[in-house]
Design a binder for this molecule. Structure first.
Ligand SMILES: [Fe+2]
Length: 406
C-alpha cells in the first residue's frame, strides 16, 4: 500500500486524524516518541502549547484533509526554493580540505577530551577551568579559519555513548563556522565557540536516568530536562571570566523565534543574535546525530526541514545564512547524479552550492562499485564535469560509508 502522508496546519487537526510527524525542531519532547492517533481536543491543545504550527498526518491510518499537499509535493517545493536561493559560490578556503584534515583530527580529539573532563568535573561540583576550554577553542577557531569543512565533516561522526560531550563540541564548531559566514571578528567567534562547548553544561545536574530515557517523557521529566538551561546559567555565573556572548549562547539555546521555546519564551528580537545562532546549530546537530533510540537525519534533509521550520522557529534570514555555512550538499553527503552514478561530495569551496566537487563511487544501474573518480559538477562535459545532482541518497540504504572517501 502506498502510504499517504500530508502536511496540514495545526488548525486543521481534528480527533480521528493520525499524526505521522510533529515537525517540531527540538528533541526532548514528550510527544516525540512518534506517531499516534489524536483522540480528544486536549491532545491538540497540548500540541499548540508546545509550539507545533504544522504537522504531517497519515491519511491511511486516520481522517483525511482532502486538499492538503502531500509530503512529496512539499519536499519538491522546498528543494526548489532552497536551490534558487543558493546558486551562490562558496568562498575559497585558505587551506585545502585535504591539508586541514590531519590537524583538524588532532584538535577535535583534544576538544572532546577537554569537554569530557569539564563535564565530569562539573558533575562532581568542581568549577570549570575556563583557560583549558578557551585554549582548545582558540585552536578550533584557527582550524575553522583555515578550512571550515574539515572540523565540520569530522563532527558528523559521533559514537552514541559519548553523545552529550561530542554534541557540545559539535555545537562549538558549528557556531564558529556559522560566525565565519557573517565575518564576525575572530574574538567573537571564539566567545561563541566557548558558549557552544558549554551550552549543555547544565545537563550535568540532570539525573542520567531522565537524560538517557529512550521512551516518552512524562511532563515532570520534560520540565526537569528543561531546567538544564537555568542550571547552565548558574554554572557560568560562577566563572569569573565568562563573556556575555558565551552566556547568551547557554541561556538562549532553547528559545525559539516565535516564543515557543524555554525557559523565558523570548520572541524574535528579544533573543540576542548569538542565542538565535545557538538555537539553530543546536537543533541541526541534534537532528543529524544518531542516538541510541533513532537514526540521525542526513544533513540535506535536516537543512530542508529547518528551512521549513524557519517560518516559525527561526529567523528565515539566519537560516539562509546557516544553509550557506553548511552547504546544501555538505562534504560527506551521498548524492545520485543524472547519469545514475552515486557519488560522495568531497569539496564545495569556490563552487555553487548545488554543484560541488564529487567522487563517483558506485553505478546504480549496473549495481557495482566503481574505481573512485573526481567529477567537478561546476564544469561542463569534457572538462571533468558534465553531470548534475538529482537527489541526495541515504548512505545506509546503499551501504556506502562516505567518510572513507574524505
Ligand atoms: Fe540544551
Amino acid at each position: 500500500m502506498n502510504q499517504m502522508i500530508k502536511k496540514i496546519s495545526i488548525h486543521q487537526l481534528q480527533p480521528g486524524m493520525f499524526v505521522h510527524d510533529m515537525d517540531c525542531g527540538w528533541m526532548e519532547h514528550p510527544f516525540l516518541t512518534g506517531s499516534f492517533k489524536v483522540r480528544v481536543d486536549k491532545d491538540i491543545e497540548r500540541m499548540v502549547e508546545y509550539g507545533i504550527h504544522e504537522l504531517y498526518i497519515d491519511t491511511d491510518k486516520g481522517l483525511d484533509v482532502p486538499d492538503a499537499p502531500t509530503q512529496r509535493e512539499v519536499a519538491v517545493v522546498l528543494t526548489r526554493q532552497m536551490t534558487a536561493l543558493f546558486e551562490t559560490r562558496q568562498p575559497v578556503e585558505p587551506t585545502s580540505l585535504h591539508d586541514e584534515m590531519g590537524r583538524a583530527r588532532v584538535v577535535l580529539s583534544e576538544a572532546n577530551r577537554i569537554i569530557g573532563e569539564v563535564m565530569h568535573g562539573a558533575r562532581l561540583g568542581r568549577q570549570i577551568e575556563q583557560e583549558k576550554v578557551d585554549h582548545v577553542v582558540s585552536e578550533m577557531s584557527e582550524s575553522v579559519l583555515r578550512n571550515k569543512d574539515a572540523l565540520l565533516s569530522l563532527c558528523r561522526i559521533k559514537e552514541k555513548d559519548n553523545y552529550t560531550f561530542l554534541h557540545s563540541v559539535s555545537v562549538g564548531v558549528l557556531l564558529m563556522s556559522f560566525s565565519r559566514t557573517f565575518n564576525l571578528k575572530n574574538e567573537d567567534m571564539q566567545l561563541l565557540g566557548t558558549g557552544g562547548m558549554l551550552h549543555d553544561i547544565g545537563k550535568t545536574r540532570v539525573p542520567d536516568r531522565i537524560l538517557n530515557k529512550t521512551g516518552a517523557l512524562t511532563p515532570d521529566e520534560f520540565s526537569t530536562i528543561q531546567r538544564h538551561v537555568v542550571y547552565g546559567q548558574n554554572i557560568l555565573a560562577e566563572m569569573p571570566n565568562i563573556s556575555q556572548t558565551s552566556y547568551e549562547v547557554v541561556a538562549q539555546h532553547h528559545e525559539r523565534y516565535d516564543g515557543s521555546g524555554y525557559p523565558l519564551k523570548l520572541k524574535g528580537a528579544d533573543m540576542s543574535i548569538y542565542g538565535q545562532m545557538a538555537s539553530i546549530v543546536d537543533v541541526y546537530d541534534a537532528i543529524t546525530s544518531d542516538r541510541c533510540y533513532r537514526k540521525g537525519m542526513d544533513p540535506t534533509v535536516a537543512l530542508r526541514k529547518m528551512f521549513e521550520w524557519s517560518k516559525f522557529h527561526f529567523d528565515p534570514v539566519l537560516i539562509q545564512t546557516f544553509v550557506r555555512t553548511i552547504g546544501i550538499y555538505p562534504v560527506g553527503t551521498l548524492v545520485m547524479l543524472e547519469s545514475r552514478k552515486i557519488a560522495v561530495v568531497i569539496d564545495q569551496q569556490g563552487r555553487d552550492l548545488t554543484r560541488p566537487l564529487v567522487l563517483v563511487v558506485f553505478d546504480a544501474l549496473k549495481h557495482c562499485h566503481l574505481t573512485p573518480q573526481d567529477v567537478d559538477l561546476s564544469k561542463p562535459l569534457g572538462h571533468g564535469g558534465g553531470d548534475k545532482i538529482v537527489s541526495h541518497e541515504s548512505a545506509e540504504q546503499w551501504r556506502i560509508d562516505p567518510y572513507q572517501y574524505i
